[in-house]
Design a protein around this ligand. Structure first.
Ligand code: UDP
Ligand code: MG
Length: 312
């Protein structure tokens, strides 16, 4: 029988917290009192995460486990969860319990009122470094200013989505999946539920600075072409400035005695333009790289196996 709710939980090296997650999720889902499944996606963990979850599957038929063949990333794990979820409403939550599953009933309530997307909005973030909070804040404001899609700020993947939304997002063909952006992009009726983001229950962040940068780039390039236009604008400004400067140089050459001066300004101008040209090239590279990976059309992830208890 198909469950009413699915809970998608991506997990990468979460052995310290996964048991607690399972217990808390089970408790909350039981309290709602309708059928549910817990769908864990093990994103190529190198620790004991997979075995621990497989253990839950043996005793509890509401647990299913998707094992990837290697680490494909947080967004890929959520995509796999969404594609394999069978519920009428799908919760998405991190394994680390930073987002409280205890507000699921409130989210479910809103869903029953007729909202298709109920997203968690963080009012506070506890136990995260000043740097992480600052970069996150700047990033979301920046991203919002760059795109015409209404992307809510201070929102992660923590949310409930209706079956219709899930199907619509699953149908989107892109491989670089910035999920929260895609969910906003498909539209439907959305509403926030506010909450306080807690410290990680255990373990450390699986998003080092490098992954965070890649994530930010994915988000921006998937939802905005403005950086490319920025290149044009910058190029135009530089060209006009250079043209004026040439006029000045010519004037100095023909009408004054200053024609040897200007070594410093020449070097400055060369360095400046070189810098900008390189930056723009890099930017183009980012987009071209993504066009290339979409063209290669490789799957977002590869599933090694799905583990669940046989239904009797
Ligand atoms: N995660 C994943 N694959 C990865 C990195 C992270 O599935 O390559 C999962 C991780 O197990 C957690 C969620 O994505 O459930 C969010 O990661 P994390 O809590 O480390 O990120 P943060 O909250 O620090 O941004
Ligand atoms: Mg976390």
């Amino acid at each position: 029988m198909l469950p009413v709710y699915s809970v998608v939980v991506p997990a990468y090296n979460e052995q310290e917290v996964i048991t607690e997650s399972y217990n808390r999720l089970t408790k909350v889902m039981k309290s709602i009192g309708e059928t549910y499944e817990l769908l864990f996606v093990n994103d190529g963990s190198k620790d004991n995460t997979a075995n621990i979850i497989a253990g839950f599957c043996q005793n509890d038929e509401s647990v299913r486990l998707i094992n990837f063949t290697r680490n494909f990333g947080h967004m890929a794990a959520i995509s796999a969860g969404m594609e394999n979820a069978r519920g009428q409403a799908i919760f998405i939550i991190d394994a680390d319990l930073q987002d409280p599953p205890e507000i699921f009933p409130e989210m479910a309530e809103k869903w029953k009122e007729g909202y298709h997307v109920v997203y968690g909005k963080r009012t506070k973030r506890k136990g995260e470094s000043f740097f992480k909070k600052l970069t996150a804040k700047v990033f979301y404001r920046f991203l919002r200013s760059m795109t015409s899609v209404d992307l809510p700020s201070d929102t992660g993947e923590f949310r409930l989505i209706d079956r219709k939304v899930c199907d619509a997002v699953n149908k989107l063909p892109e491989k670089n999946r910035y999920i929260r952006g895609l969910v906003s992009w498909v539209g439907f009726k959305q509403t926030p539920v506010e909450y306080v983001r807690e410290e990680r229950f255990a373990g450390t962040t699986k998003y080092p600075f490098r992954k965070m940068m890649a994530f930010a780039m994915d988000a921006i390039t998937s939802f905005s072409h403005k950086p490319l236009k920025l290149a044009t604008t910058l190029g135009m400004i530089i060209s006009i400035a250079s043209f004026l400067y040439i006029l000045l140089v010519l004037y100095q050459h023909f009408f004054t005695d200053l024609n040897i001066a200007g070594w410093a300004s020449t070097i400055a101008a060369i360095l400046l333009t070189q810098g900008i040209v390189l930056m723009i090239l890099g930017l183009m590279g980012e987009y071209i790289g993504r066009i290339y990976s979409e063209l290669q059309n490789r799957p977002t992830y590869i599933i090694q196996e799905i583990i669940e208890k046989e239904e009797k």
